[in-house]
Structure formats: C-alpha cells, structure tokens
Design a protein around this ligand. Structure first.
Ligand SMILES: *Cc1c(COP(=O)(O)O)cnc(C)c1O
Length: 374
C-alpha cells in the first residue's frame, strides 16, 4: 500500500539525535531546540521563535497571550483542523466560523467585514495546503477593528505571500511538526512571535509560568513563579530531530515540489475531462507543496477512494466542516452557514505526497488515478 503520508529524509535528524543523547541534555529549551529556533528566526525574519510540544500548544499560548476573556470573539475558518478553534474555545472565547474561498479554500476575506464586532479579538487565517491567505486585506480589517492576526501556519512553513514569508505576517504565528507535515519530529510545533510586545510573556507561559528563560540568560539572579503557564517546551531529543529536518529543507521542498508538479502536469487533462478540479495557486503566493488534492462530486469521491485502495494506493479526505461538527454546533455553528466549506469537505481527496515518495510509486498512483473512469 502506498500511504498518503509518511515522514521521510530523517537521516540528518537521526545523526543529531545520537549527539543529543550522548550529551545527556534531554529536557526542553536545550541547544538543539535553540538552533532550530535560530534557523526559523533567520529564515522567516521572526523576532522570536519558540519551539513547542505541538502546534495545538502554540495556538493555546497565542490565546493566553491575547488575554482572551469569556465572550470575546475569534474569527476562524470553518475549513480547518480542530485545534485552530479549540485553543481559543479553551479560554472561553466564542468562535465565529467564516466560510472559505472557492479557489484557494482559505478564509474568505470578503466575509470578514460582516463578521467583525466590537468583541472581535483575533482573526486566525490558516494557509491551507501552504497557499497564502489574502493577508493584506485580512491585516487591514484586523487593524481597523483592533484585532490580532494569528496565522495558523501548520501547512505553510517556507511559503510566501507577495514575497513575505508565511508565519512572519501576523502578530503571532504557529507551526506544526506533527509527522503528517512537511517537516517533523513526530510531535512538535513552534510559536513565532512577530510583535515583540509578546516575547517575554511567551517565554514565561512556555516555562510553567516562571522566568526561567531570563534566569538562564543571566537577566535575573534567581527564577520564580511570575504568571500562569504550562509545560510547552520541546524535549531536546525532538529538537535534534527537528533541526535535522529543517537543515534538510531544500531537499525536502525540492522533492515535494517535483512530486506536486508532476501530479499537476499528468492529471490536468484527466481531471478537466471529468470536471474535477486541481489546486489553484495564485501568482503572488509561493506555495509549500504540503498537499496535492482533487475536488470531485461526493458520490464519485467514495468510489474513487475505493478504486485507489483496490490498487494499493491510500487516498484520504480532509476536514469535516467545523461549523456542522457536534462541537461546532454547540458553539454557534449552523448547517448551511458556510456553504463552500460544507461542499468542499464532501468533495476533497488528497493523493499520496511525502518527502521520499519515489518516481515509481508516484507512477503507480498516477496510473491508478487515470484508470478511474466513473
Ligand atoms: C496539523 C495542524 C494543526 C495541529 O498541529 P499539531 O502539531 O498536531 O498540534 C493545527 N492546525 C492545522 C491547520 C493543522 O494542519
């Protein structure tokens, strides 16, 4: 079976891991984590990168940093992973589900004006599949209503919007290093702090509410409990794996780009004949080749997934509409409120795409796809 995703190109990380184990420094905020953070800061121009135990936790840190109070509103796309929303709901905020654009499947910025209220505290764009949201428009509306922009950049590391790195545009941004993402250490994430007003408190929240980071930099002579917080630091063993993946980024992105473009080139004709749609990437967005998907009518999709499975190829759908999920319905979501999201979540299917997918395996996938004639 050719899986739809699998971690790959881990050799450098495994070498680093050996070094980290031998050093005896296994806990969080260690030298490998710091090197991974430096690499992210330099590549993205972020003021501070803090690696975390997951993207979910980086989103939770964002919600804490924004001091959200019960009843505050946070605008989120209905087409995303649950953590984009959960992190804010955990703080008592009210999620306001926005529909997505039919082309990029990103938060539809043209709906924002109608959704903002005096209680809007944050807007959370998700760069779906690593293709940028319309950040100029989103930023302008956020500025006008005094809301913070938190980029959920789980798919978008090393992508750009009008030449600007994704993850460097919002006041805060979050990354995921879960093993389904382009770069992985199994489970892991990062909080990117672009507004320096948040830096010191972000370090404290991540270190159980203590000023331990300042202590280690010699800025205070003993460390103590100063704020709420939790344990969001990443073990240096995972930091070592992560650094290796980031050091291999050109090869990883090069491979993924080649695989993505081959799918696009070899499936375009087949898809057009059947009225199926391939991903759309606007010219001002450099994408990250996080996923290759097809949109096809719901009935065809079920048959298509079965057809591929019978030929040893795993294809999967992605994201149930959150506004119609059991949790979403108890948090202001309504069926029919986000028509594009609800349609796309019935129509989208992802093909295998991972760092070391071989040409031969990709040929098998393409052959299996093209033999679907329903
Ligand atoms: C994967 C993902 C997350 C969660 O990442 P974890 O590191 O698993 O917590 C959040 N948002 C989006 C859009 C994701 O794809």
């Amino acid at each position: 079976m050719i899986p739809f995703t699998r971690p790959g190109l881990l050799a450098k990380g495994i070498a680093n891991l050996g070094e980290a184990m031998a050093s005896g420094k296994l806990s969080g905020d260690g030298p490998f984590c710091r090197r991974a953070e430096k690499l992210l800061e330099e590549a993205l121009g972020a003021k501070r990168a803090l690696v975390t135990t997951s993207c979910t936790h980086a989103l939770e840190m964002s919600a804490l940093l924004l001091d959200l109070q019960p009843g505050d509103e946070v605008i989120v796309p209905a087409f995303t992973f649950v953590s984009t929303v959960n992190a804010f709901v955990l703080r008592g905020a009210r999620p306001i589900f926005a529909d997505v654009r039919a082309d990029t499947l990103n938060l539809d910025e043209t709906h924002l004006e109608a959704l903002v209220t005096p209680r809007t505290k944050a807007i959370v764009p998700v760069h779906y599949a690593g293709v940028a949201c319309e950040m100029d428009e989103i930023g302008a509306i956020a500025k006008r209503c005094g809301a913070a922009v938190v980029e959920d950049n789980a798919h978008g590391l090393f992508g750009t919007y009008r030449g600007r790195p994704l993850g460097s545009i919002g006041a805060l941004a979050t990354q995921s290093f879960h093993d389904t993402k382009n770069f992985t250490c199994g489970e892991g994430g990062a909080l990117l702090v672009n507004d320096p007003a948040f830096t010191e408190r972000a370090e404290i929240l991540r270190e159980k509410g203590t000023n331990r980071s300042r202590f280690f930099r010699g800025q205070v002579d003993k460390y103590t409990w100063v704020d709420v917080g939790s344990s969001y630091v990443l073990s240096d063993l995972l930091g070592a794996l992560l650094l290796g993946q980031l050091q291999t980024r050109e090869e990883i992105q090069g491979n993924r780009g080649r695989i993505w473009k081959r799918y696009a080139a070899e499936l375009a004709g087949w898809a057009t004949e059947r009225g199926y749609r391939l991903p759309i990437v606007p010219a001002h967005c450099e994408q990250t080749f996080h996923m290759f998907y097809l949109l096809m009518p719901a009935a065809a999709r079920t048959a298509f997934i079965d057809h591929l499975k019978a030929r040893g190829v795993q294809a999967v759908f992605h994201y149930q509409a959150l506004n119609t999920s059991p949790m979403g319905l108890t948090h202001g979501g309504k069926a029919g409120a986000c028509p594009v999201t609800e349609r796309v979540s019935d129509e989208l299917v992802r093909l295998p795409l991972y760092n070391d997918l071989t040409d031969d395996d990709q040929s098998k996938v393409i052959e299996a796809v093209r033999s679907f004639t329903a």
